[in-house]
Design a protein around this ligand. Structure first.
Ligand SMILES: [Mg+2]
Length: 448
């Protein structure tokens, strides 16, 4: 009896009720992928390393085929040890023995495995496994992952450099240096005198690791009105000195009210930004409809989002221009490729969050998706230090303002575990407690 005859003999409703006979299920389960032996996940480990003093979490999935393994990024640097626990104590026992080819099913079953879901810890843990499985599939196919995603749409990914300064002149000098180094896109941040300002070099900078942060004697003070008045002056200076050809970006990093965001956009409009990032906090995201209605400035948003319930309305409502999601924060490449495809249909471009707390493995995974996405917008630049490059052989290369992937199978990146162990996590709680220390002058916490 063949499979069709077996199915025809079932009582009505059996399939709808999920009552597939065990014999048929077993028969299908035993069939290997055409031409490839069936594999099993043999082990899942986490590698903690900080070659650039930033805590990175990398997941390694090994298979039953000797020497075949994959790497994924699970870096939630502020809660790195909780991600390690989620991988080793919860996902590993769930996934040992599973077929590494079943990436989508492993994602879906991991997603509901703790019943409560959508949190950054589980999603980062899942991302580490998910990316590693794509890496394995690419190695098995003998292809770079961008080939599995549809092939290259471009030869490399344009990326932007971060420039900051104590005053507008310092920022101008930094922009000129970036242009001389081949960049065409620069994110610019300037210090506000006397304030703790995000992304700026200043005498009073963002708190590194306040021992005690209390509302009754705020130490790191930041006032939104002063900032909203200062930023247009930076852009006026830059356009009048470095000209119109350079693409300029700016990160508000939330912090201001919806009405201040509207005013800031109106004041910045004539300076033709490439994008304005995070003008509102996630808690105020419903105000994007008002902001979109009043400005033509390209809006970028998303690095704090975890779930589709948060970003879907902004994409489907055509309320933003660039999606800025942190790929490991939404569960890895499997979810990111769906988001990228969704965004294409709504005219939204990708600008995945890519600062120093995305590991080179995460940058490589994002880069492979960017190479295969028609609606790629920009890659957030990260210059990999010599130590980082040594720990991660095959690290993407920055040349003339572009980020290049290599053509090795998988993500084309590896990790030297012995060398990685020479860069243990720093003891300083800098990244554990950094956020939440900046306050208004009356002591009110600023949402970062
Ligand atoms: Mg940002």
């Amino acid at each position: 009896m063949n499979r069709r005859e077996v199915l025809c003999g079932l009582p009505a409703g059996a399939l709808l009720g999920g009552l597939l006979p065990g014999a048929v299920a077993a028969e299908e389960k035993a069939a290997p992928s055409k031409g490839r032996p069936r594999l099993k996940i043999a082990d899942i480990t986490t590698i903690l390393t900080a070659p650039n003093k930033i805590r990175l979490v990398v997941v390694k999935v090994t298979t039953s085929e000797p020497g075949l393994y994959g790497l994924g990024c699970a870096t939630f640097t502020q809660r790195a040890y909780t991600v390690q626990t989620a991988v080793e104590k919860y996902l590993k026992p769930l996934l040992i023995g599973r077929d590494p080819d079943e990436i989508e099913d492993i994602w879906q079953s991991s997603y509901v495995s703790s019943y409560w879901r959508n949190g950054p810890v589980l999603f980062n843990a899942m991302s580490g496994v998910d990316m590693a499985l794509w890496d394995i599939k690419g190695k098995r196919a003998g292809m770079p992952v961008y080939q599995l995603l549809g092939g290259k749409c471009r030869f490399a990914a344009e990326l932007y450099r971060h420039v900051r300064g104590n005053d507008v002149k310092e920022v101008e000098d930094g922009v000129r240096k970036a242009l001389a180094d081949g960049y065409r896109h620069v994110r610019v941040q300037v210090a506000i005198p006397g304030q703790a300002t995000y992304g700026a070099a200043a005498s009073i900078e963002e708190p590194k690791a306040p021992a005690v942060s209390e509302p009754t004697h705020p130490e790191y003070v930041w006032e939104p009105a002063k900032y909203v008045r200062a930023v247009p002056k930076l852009f006026e200076h830059l356009r009048s000195t470095v000209g119109d050809d350079v693409e300029l970006l700016h990160d508000v990093h939330e912090r201001i009210s919806p009405s201040q965001a509207i005013q800031l956009c109106k004041d910045l409009e004539k300076y033709r930004l490439f994008f304005l990032e995070d003008p509102l906090s996630p808690e105020d995201k419903d105000h994007f409809a008002h902001l979109r209605a009043q400005t033509s400035i390209p809006l970028a948003m998303g690095e704090l989002f975890n779930t589709q319930q948060e970003y879907l309305p902004l994409i489907a409502g055509r309320l933003i221009d660039f999606i800025r999601i942190h790929i490991s924060q939404i569960g890895g490449l499997s979810m990111a490729r769906k988001v990228a495809a969704l965004c294409e249909f709504f005219g939204v471009k990708t600008a995945w969050h890519g600062p120093g707390d995305v590991s080179p493995v995460g940058h490589a995974a994002g880069l492979h998706l960017e190479l295969a996405s028609h609606n790629f917008g920009i890659h957030e630049g990260s210059l990999f230090s010599p130590d980082t490059r040594a720990v991660f052989p095959g690290c993407p290369e920055v040349k003339n303002g572009y980020l290049y992937a290599n053509d090795s199978p998988g993500f084309g990146i590896d990790i030297d575990e012995k060398l990685a162990a020479k860069f243990p996590f720093p003891d300083s709680p800098t990244f554990d407690h950094r956020w939440g220390g900046t306050r208004r002058r009356d002591g009110t916490v600023i949402r970062p």
